[in-house]
Design a protein around this ligand. Sequence first.
Ligand code: S3P
Length: 169
Amino acid sequence: MNIVLIGFMGAGKTTVARLLAQRLNLKWVDTDDLVEDRAGLKTHEIFHTFGEVRYRELEIEVGKLLQGSMELVIATGGGVVLNKLILDYLTHKGGIIIYLDATFETLRLRVKSHSRPRPLFQDVSKAKELYRFRLPIYKKYADVTVTTEHKRPKQIVSTIISYISKTYL
Ligand code: S3P
């Protein structure tokens, strides 16, 4: 089965996916990277040139491509939960959905210190509204919620591994 990481921008999905895959000796992908490869453009360029709707279409296409995948650690873009179909694709052959949780303030500070431009985090009050709107959706789809608050990526990975071994092995 796949291990699918969901959560808001700045949750650490990419870093955790890479480390988790290393620890479990699995391959990993990031849906944002796959979208960018497919479009031949960076995320912010897709948003600016074609708009969010096009970005979401590309996310669906990428999800569909991953439908047949197994034993993959998948870092998702923060918005994949807007379309349940994508999560269904990603877990089609079986999967665990892990929600990486943090307070909005922590996410804001993390995003601020990153150089990657995030089109939906340009305006902090809009991002906060988005966070509030999405929080119950992340929780609804998660098999497990893992807090990332005051945690290093390595600690988060250990928590995930102990959850998986207790629950699935
Ligand atoms: C988005 C999150 C981004 C990226 C795009 C939209 C969102 O990914 O997919 O900018 O809607 O939350 P990260 O969560 O990896 O930053």
